[in-house]
Design a protein around this ligand. Structure first.
Ligand SMILES: *[C@@H]1O[C@H](CO)[C@@H](O)[C@H](O)[C@H]1NC(C)=O
Ligand SMILES: *[C@@H]1O[C@H](CO)[C@@H](O)[C@H](O)[C@H]1NC(C)=O
Ligand SMILES: *[C@@H]1O[C@H](CO)[C@@H](O)[C@H](O)[C@H]1NC(C)=O
Ligand SMILES: *[C@@H]1O[C@H](CO)[C@@H](O)[C@H](O)[C@H]1NC(C)=O
Ligand SMILES: *[C@@H]1O[C@H](CO)[C@@H](O)[C@H](O)[C@H]1NC(C)=O
Ligand SMILES: *[C@@H]1O[C@H](CO)[C@@H](O)[C@H](O)[C@H]1NC(C)=O
Ligand SMILES: *[C@@H]1O[C@H](CO)[C@@H](O)[C@H](O)[C@H]1NC(C)=O
Length: 385
């Protein structure tokens, strides 16, 4: 024992590239590591890409852009994405790999929700890959002679590969003995008054949840995207069809007659952006996030006295008089950069100015702006008959 100890000290202090495992081996037991690593191994899969239709509105990036989808209606866009059960490969989003919903540590996700444990690991009663001797032995220890011994309250499982907790009274349906004399629901199940019940999220609609995320439809109900609908006339994504004409949306979604589906809802907060998930607004170009809303960006700021009312348009004074490409001064007036000229509601270059004054369309626009300004700011002191 003493000799082992001396060698161990030597190994620890000689800064050689000894493998951690080698040091463990010298002690006799292999240390149980609480830290487990997860590996992401790319899997070849050729049939994991699918054509999907997503609401075209999600492609809108500019306030005045009109989006025309190329899907089955103009309100949908065809996109190529990973099929159900697959997800983008983190290091190359053009590829899709099977999705085990983060439940495949120490294993390889070889098919949707199918995790194969790597060598040195074994699936425990709740389907997690845990270390097995000689790599390690949670709730027990491994000996170099190939045997293992479980801690108090644990015993070797029938395959003799890992330690399982002992529960004196056998556990109920969909339960597993998690710690000595402590039963718990299996993953995907939730404790209710009637024991551990499977959880389906989102819920099944006109169906019952018979296993985690698996619905069985009632009566004539039709399954669409895992959820049971009474009618199929509406797409009713993120909701459940209540009648031929009515789709009941899930919390956080609102019905959209264009797509006949429920789209994420951000309330009135998302006037200058697209609501991409409940409460999450993606701002249009030239707008930025402020609290929960999107506000316009004025590149040069608006000065201490002005405020940005449209992209690169400041509002000056009490009346928010428009000041495009300029800033406001303390008297509520629009101030232009040195080389620019003030023209009605804008700061323009000399070249633009001459173009404006000679172009009938531009003149028309500026006349309208002048009229607006008159009505809004000056005209309010007049009495019209
Ligand atoms: C539809 O439009 C999207 C977005 O522009 C594009 O990525 C996709 O390839 C188009 N699909 C078809 C079938 O035209
Ligand atoms: C294996 O080693 C352990 C610890 O040294 C010992 O208790 C056990 O009896 C050994 N088992 C066999 C089968 O040799
Ligand atoms: C299990 O039951 C046995 C016999 O009744 C008892 O001796 C033991 O303490 C119990 N185990 C636990 C962990 O309660
Ligand atoms: C299985 O292993 C996981 C991960 O270590 C653990 O959280 C879970 O409690 C284990 N299940 C059982 C039944 O021991
Ligand atoms: C819709 O579902 C409910 C609940 O299962 C059922 O009672 C009703 O008959 C269904 N309606 C139709 C038209 O299928
Ligand atoms: C429906 O689509 C039309 C044309 O694309 C659009 O003008 C209208 O605003 C959309 N309605 C809703 C509620 O989104
Ligand atoms: C001049 O006009 C062009 C074209 O309309 C525009 O993009 C540019 O911002 C204008 N610049 C100024 C300083 O007025």
């Amino acid at each position: 024992m003493k000799r082992f100890f001396v060698i161990l000290i030597f190994v620890l202090f000689s800064r050689n590239s000894y493998q951690e495992n080698y040091v463990d081996g010298l002690i006799g037991d292999i240390l149980f590591r609480t830290e487990t690593r997860s590996l992401t191994v790319p899997i070849k899969s050729s049939h994991s890409k699918c054509q999907k239709q997503v609401p075209a509105i999600f492609f809108k990036t500019e306030l005045n852009e009109r989006i025309r989808g190329n899907g089955s209606t103009i309100h949908y866009m065809y996109v190529e994405g990973c099929c159900d059960g697959y997800k983008p490969y983190p290091y190359d989003s053009n590829r899709c790999v099977p999705d085990c919903k983060d439940n495949c540590r120490n294993g390889i996700c070889s098919a949707p929700n199918k995790c194969e444990c790597m060598d040195g690991f074994v699936a425990n009663a709740s389907n997690h890959c845990i270390e097995t001797c000689p790599v390690g032995c949670p709730n027990g220890r491994c000996f170099l002679n190939g045997t293992s011994q479980c801690n108090r309250g644990y015993e070797l499982d029938p395959t003799q590969r890992y330690c399982t907790a002992i529960c004196n009274n056998s556990c109920g349906r969909n339960q597993v003995c998690m710690r000595p004399n402590e039963c718990a629901c299996l993953d995907g199940y939730l404790m209710t008054e009637s024991g551990c019940q499977p959880v389906c999220s989102p819920d099944c609609g006109y169906g019952t949840c018979i296993a985690p995320n698996e619905c069985k439809c009632l009566g004539n109900a039709i399954k669409k995207h895992r959820i049971c609908h009474n009618f199929s006339d509406l797409r009713c994504e993120n909701g459940v069809t209540e009648s031929q004409y009515k789709c009941n949306c899930r919390v956080g979604y609102i019905y959209d007659s264009n797509t006949t589906s429920c789209l994420p809802d951000c309330g009135d907060e998302c006037k200058f952006g697209v609501c991409i998930s409940p409460g999450e607004c993606r701002c249009y170009r030239n707008y930025k996030k402020k609290d929960t809303t999107c506000v316009p960006i004025c590149d040069k700021g608006c000065g201490f006295y002005g405020k940005c009312i449209e992209p690169n348009v400041c509002g000056c004074g009490e009346d928010n008089q428009k000041c495009k490409n300029g800033v406001c001064n303390s008297r509520g007036k629009c101030v232009c950069d040195e080389n620019l000229y003030r023209y009605v509601d804008s700061c323009v270059s000399y070249a633009n100015l001459s173009r404006i004054v000679t172009n009938p369309n531009e003149q028309k626009r500026y006349n309208i702006e002048l009229l607006n300004e008159f009505k809004n700011h000056i005209g309010k002191y007049f009495i019209f008959n």
